[in-house]
Design a protein around this ligand. Structure first.
Ligand SMILES: [Fe+2]
Length: 240
């Protein structure tokens, strides 16, 4: 399995706070047969992108060196979870923030209510940079619950969607669970990832989450959303 969304790099955001915590997340990944993790720290201030990338790349190098020398069978590749607000309209280079240097950019919106038209404008801006937005956890945005047509429009523009495993497991409430399940079963969302932040509170114990998934999520769907489609992203290939 490939986990396209994980806050495992230490001391960068509200995810892992120490290398020890990072390694605990790596241990859980290994137990869950997660072979590749995209490190996706929150990128909330594009003015600070250069500093963010400097720290992220240093952490990535240190972590992968440690994993390799310790014979831990998991690798971590580059990424970011880019917060889409009006600052995206001024952004210059976004390429270094993409998943594994591909054309795919993991993006998030505010969890507070927002103008659905803005969601389209910001995603269009990412596309204008020649990149493909993957919208993280669409099931968590109340705005999307009220305006499901925005998801359709984003998809028709060329955006993709990633659903969180804990949403599918019902740990974010019934409504979020139902929306998450339909997005996956209806083929709107192509990726399931953990969005893990902590080994206990919000973790990447995917197999445990999976036990609570709807039976509508078949092994074929799981194979596409956690293995095949994420691999195509990391290899910078098209999904169609
Ligand atoms: Fe996240």
């Amino acid at each position: 399995m490939i986990d396209l969304h994980c806050h495992l790099l230490w001391d960068m955001d509200d995810g892992a706070d120490s290398m020890e915590t990072t390694l605990a997340l790596c241990e859980i990944a290994i137990r869950n047969k997660i072979q590749v993790i995209a490190a996706t720290p929150h990128m909330t201030n594009l003015d600070m992108a250069e500093d963010f990338l400097y720290v992220r790349n240093r952490r990535l190098r240190e972590l992968n060196t440690y994993l390799q020398s310790s014979d831990m069978p998991v690798r971590v590749c580059s990424g970011a979870e880019v917060y889409l607000d009006r600052s995206i309209l001024e952004a210059e280079a976004l390429e270094d923030l993409t998943l594994n240097h591909s054309r795919y950019l993991l993006c998030e919106y505010s969890l507070q209510p927002f103008d659905p038209d803005k969601a389209l404008i910001y995603a269009e801006e990412v596309l204008d940079h020649g990149l493909v937005p993957i919208i993280a956890h669409p099931e968590r945005y109340a705005t999307f619950h009220r305006h499901p047509d925005v998801i359709e429009e984003l998809k028709s523009m060329g955006a993709y969607f990633q659903v969180n495993a804990d949403s599918l497991a019902g740990r974010r409430g019934e409504r979020v669970g139902e929306v998450a399940t339909s997005l996956i079963v209806d083929g709107i969302a192509d990726f399931i990832a953990t969005d893990a932040h902590h080994p206990v509170h919000r973790n990447n114990d995917f197999m445990r989450s999976m036990q609570s998934f709807s039976s509508k999520i078949t092994p074929e769907i799981l194979e596409w959303t956690t293995v095949i489609a994420p691999r195509l992203v990391l290899e910078n290939k098209t999904l169609d």
